[in-house]
Ligand binder design. Sequence first.
Ligand code: ATP
Ligand code: MG
Length: 618
Amino acid sequence: MTEEKLSFQAEVSRLLDIVVHSLYSNKEIFLRELISNASDACDRLRYAAITQPELTAGDGQFAIRILADATARTLTVVDNGIGMNRQDLIDNLGTIARSGTANFLGHLTGDARKDVALIGQFGVGFYSAFMVADRVEVITRRAGEEMGWRWESDGKGEFTVAESPEAGRGARIVLHLREGEDEFLQPYRLRQIVKTYSDHIGLPIIIVEDGKDNVANTASALWTRAKGEITAEQYKEFYHHVAHAFDEPWLTIHYKAEGAIEYAGLLFVPRARPFDLFHPERRQHVKLYVKRVFITDDCEELLPAYLRFMRGIVDSQDLPLNVSREMLQHNPVLAKIRAGLVKRVLGELKKKAEESQEDYAVFWEAFGAVLKEGLYEDFERRNEILELCRFRTTKSDAPVSLGEYVARMKDGQEAIFTITGDDPAALRKSPQLEGFMARDVEVLLLTDPIDEFWGSAVTDYQGKPFRSVAQAGTDLGKIKKPEASEEAEPPAGELSSLIAAFKLALGDAVKDVRRSERLTDSAVCLVADDGEMSMHLERLLRQHRQVDAVAPRILELNPSHPLIRRLAEKTSQEGMGEALGDMAHLLLDQARIVEGESVPDAAGFARRFAAMLEKGLG
Ligand SMILES: Nc1ncnc2c1ncn2[C@@H]1O[C@H](COP(=O)(O)OP(=O)(O)OP(=O)(O)O)[C@@H](O)[C@H]1O
Ligand SMILES: [Mg+2]
């Protein structure tokens, strides 16, 4: 029987190095991780056995057994789940799959003290066994396969794999405990850990004591129990298990739907963003069960992508047990469950929003950008989602609802004004906002990429249209300007000849040159013409190489700005000189820079700028 020696993938070695040398205090979580793996393995076999009943022939009762051997100083966790074959062992225990552990590695800082603390925060799955063991064996046989395998390692960079004909179906994880870890050989201690972390596991966890089997957990699927019987701690531990997460759930939703279709839902809104939230696949993670049998955690039909931050389970009584992937698509029962879930989740979010603005702000900060995708994708529930939206504005850094915004709109204000960009602080300095600030008109600061898209799907809120302040046609006319801000302007004739001169000088570099209604302090700014893509969206698409052209924009001149007044006067007196051409280009480039755009002709800009400075020296 040949024994192969293989090396761990680099990341695994790095992880093991931290785990093995960790002075992590709460080591007991290793048992939670091993039990969670065993439970997942049984869930996966139970599902596979629906279509291949022979896989569990003669051994259909799933259980997890924990055996402590004080003489050998070993602690063994045994499950009769799906098990692993040679390749599984190499792929799953030799490399880091996409899991909580990968997330752990993603958060390493290199500062040992901080990194060790991360162990508790992220859990490191199977490898946490090396916190208490200096050697680990895995004796396993994959269900339906003849040969069993034995994996062994001391956690120092290498592991061995060899055939193990006597291995039973499932996995037997043998931990050879380190000096000083004898507490984990005490049945009462093991019972305590199971009760603390794994009581929600839906199958019996048996601690063998003096040859007798003692079931240490309640062993019934948590969601089937009455809400009143379940503690917040148990809900939290279930969330940790089902979501492979380690934060506190922000919201727990546990209910049974009865009537035409029957299902139970135990759902959680995390507090922290799961690491794959913005993964292009936009996968949802709620697990589908049928009559308490785990079916899949990859059921796109269960929840829309804009609720993909949800975690938890849905257990349907109506779907057939041998439901296949194909049957899930366009399945009327599933469609009803989905509609019920969306209604429930949005309803609960609404309740939370009404209960506490501060607490709702925590949710919004984490998942607002995802929920807003629903504005674009879910026509039916658009208004409901709009009510749940919160925005930073020019008047408030705390998230504001549209209802609050509309309630404090100015006389004569007929639209909800918005501005899009990357960062609220930079946006607040945008010249396009000046006229609005001067009239004390509040503007929504939209800084999530999705904000550039839902605008095209959502036309208004309570009849009030959304209007971008960086769009040409946005009219401030009807909103009274405070007296004090009335500034002298050049005679209309002078301004129009300046505008004509600018148009001549700038040619195709601009779409148009116009008098501005929205500037008070800045001399110029750029705006997009009506119906045109916003400058911010164009920049986003350029960053993602989806467009490369830079569309010419409208250059607006602030008639009351001293520079513009002087230029208008000078132009009307002396007509269009070379200097004016340079001025026009410099002002256009300045507007581009303020907009966060690059200057297309940097050399030209530099030359003109130097010339102006020189002139400035008289
Ligand atoms: N008892 C077991 N039976 C069968 N496969 C197992 C068992 N324990 C672990 N595995 C396999 O090894 C993989 C790695 O386990 P590990 O606990 O490190 O990660 P995970 O469970 O996938 O995610 P997490 O980091 O959230 O625990 C599992 O995904 C599974 O494929
Ligand atoms: Mg695990």
